[in-house]
Design a protein around this ligand. Structure first.
Ligand SMILES: Nc1nc2c(c(=O)[nH]1)N[C@H]1C(S)=C(S)[C@@H](COP(=O)(O)O)O[C@H]1N2
Ligand SMILES: [Mo]
Length: 491
């Protein structure tokens, strides 16, 4: 497996047996199980998945070894079937080519070699009659030989896996590239209240702590020199841009808060950043949108797809193909070199990372990854608020404390945020600076905390008058709702 991983690292990382099997598991996971994993494991879901794939493989490989001690051929067939499954997983990835089978072939050859080394170690006799099973039992490998052989295999495995990981990390990390300044810059970001009231989320989420959600076990390898963006489908002039051509178009800079549909009440899958990009409307103007399209089908370099309602993306909001985030080019994790950003709708319907194609089409004709898994097609972000401080279940000292957090109602803006202490009346809070309707709003309030256990709740009221509902909804299929209520102890 490590040899296959190393081979894939040099060719196409996603064709690595471990990664291909893991990705196939992700794609085949039923929605309720996926929801459970996201809820229970959060961003550790990927390492846990990979660890499981590796553990199960080791177990199955052990069975292959055990089988082959009795009947070598049976062990060989078992091992080959396992590797064939990994090869099939690699071949059925979107955009896979025959070349993606190579890591599986290497895995098979290496697997057989190891099996042969460990089970059918060459002895002078066996060299002459390699297929004579009976001799195996007569001449077991000495304990010392077993230890040496296992040690060699284990260290080679570690070395190859480590090498593969290093190569993948280097190939998928593009480094920062210089971008032209915006033709339409955002005003300077006001000072947030996070420095005055510790524990409240920063007004702008730093890129390295910005949440990451995608189906990718491994980041795509994208070279900015080869990358292109194509606009096609129901348009008058289909066209393709290189990165430099895209970056040469007039760029806008906007502060936008993104939210993931998987965000639970009080969750962390939300982040606020400054995005630099080309407005979708500019690209569509150049393409000349036809009359039939009602959907923008965006495709990522790895074949992943997202559907965005055309009327939503073009209703005047700042939807864009973003190439910059917080003053730098996009990081690999966030979609280098270009991604879609659509304010006001959840990421899974409007924030395609590693974007390479925008196809104007219809919902009747084309479906995308999440639509195929029964998630909503149109998913406006629900008004929400979060308590950042004090932390749930924390113990704090009695006296004057600050309760604070963030609230968001993209495309509408936040009018008020209210808190409730121990089930009492809703009380007003003070708001942080206003960065626009698509941005979250920091909020805080002082509270004279008395010893004991207390319940704190928060709700937001939108500029359109909508009051955040206490009615609970799960993230599936169109985003969670409900009011966050936390318990804390005061001593
Ligand atoms: N290519 C691709 N783009 C994607 C996804 C994905 O799985 N693949 N996930 C989407 C989801 S569900 C969200 S919430 C946002 C998250 O963007 P971020 O990781 O930069 O925060 O990206 C969206 N774009
Ligand atoms: Mo998401």
């Amino acid at each position: 497996m490590a040899a296959g991983h190393l081979t894939a690292a040099l060719l196409t990382p996603s064709s690595s047996p471990v990664l291909a099997v893991g990705s196939t598991v992700i794609d085949l996971t039923p929605t309720p199980l996926k929801e459970y994993a996201v809820r229970e494991f959060g961003t550790r879901d990927k390492p846990i998945l990979l660890a499981t794939v590796i553990a199960v493989t080791l177990l199955l490989a052990a069975i292959a070894g055990w089988l082959s001690r009795k009947h070598f051929a049976v062990g060989v067939v078992f091992l080959l079937v396992l590797v064939a499954l990994a090869g099939a997983a690699a071949l059925t990835r979107p955009l896979a080519t025959l070349e993606d089978l190579i890591p599986a072939v290497v895995t098979a050859i290496m697997g057989l070699a190891v099996l042969f080394l460990l089970v059918r170690h060459p002895s002078p006799k066996r060299m002459r009659h390699p297929m004579r099973q009976a001799e195996l039992a007569e001449q077991p490998m000495s304990r010392r030989m077993v230890l040496i052989a296992s040690g060699v295999v284990a260290s080679m495995t570690g070395l190859m896996a480590w090498g593969g990981e290093r190569i993948i990390a280097r190939r998928t990390n593009p480094g920062s590239i210089t971008l032209p300044p915006p033709a339409d810059p955002a005003p300077p970001l006001p000072r947030g209240i996070e420095q005055s009231y510790r524990g409240i989320s920063r007004l702008q989420t730093p890129t390295d702590t910005f949440y990451r959600v995608d189906t990718n076990l491994t980041l795509p390898v994208v070279s900015v020199d080869d990358w292109t963006l194509t606009i096609d489908g129901d348009v008058e002039n289909e066209f393709t841009l290189t990165f430099d051509e895209l970056a040469a178009m007039p760029l806008v800079e906007r502060d936008i808060t993104m939210t993931c549909v998987s965000n639970e009440v009080g969750g962390r899958y939300v982040g606020a950043a400054r995005w630099l990009g080309v407005p979708l409307t500019a690209l569509f103007e150049r393409a000349g949108v036809g009359t039939k399209a009602d959907q923008i089908l965006s495709t990522a370099v790895d074949g992943f797809t997202i559907s965005t309602p055309l009327d939503v993306a073009t209703d005047g909001r700042d939807a864009m193909v973003a190439i910059g985030m917080n003053g730098k080019s996009l990081k690999a994790e966030h979609g280098f070199p270009a991604r879609l950003i659509t304010p006001g709708i959840y990421g899974f319907v409007g924030a395609t990372k590693w974007l390479t194609k925008l196809t104007l089409t219809t919902y009747a004709k084309e479906t995308a990854y999440w639509t195929d898994r029964k998630w909503a097609t149109d998913a406006p972000i629900k008004i929400a608020s979060r308590i950042d401080t004090p932390r749930p279940l924390s113990t704090i000292d009695a006296g004057r404390v600050v309760i604070g957090g963030v609230a968001w109602a993209q495309t509408r803006g936040i009018e008020r945020v209210e808190i409730r202490i121990d089930g009492g009346p809703w009380q007003p809070t003070r708001l942080g600076p206003d960065v626009g309707v698509d941005y979250w709003r920091q909020w805080y309030q002082f509270w004279d905390a008395e010893p004991g256990r207390h319940m704190l709740a928060v709700r937001a009221i939108g500029a359109d008058g909508e009051v955040q509902t206490p009615v609970r909804a799960t993230p599936f299929p169109a985003g969670s709702s409900g009011i966050q209520e936390i318990v804390i102890s005061v001593r």
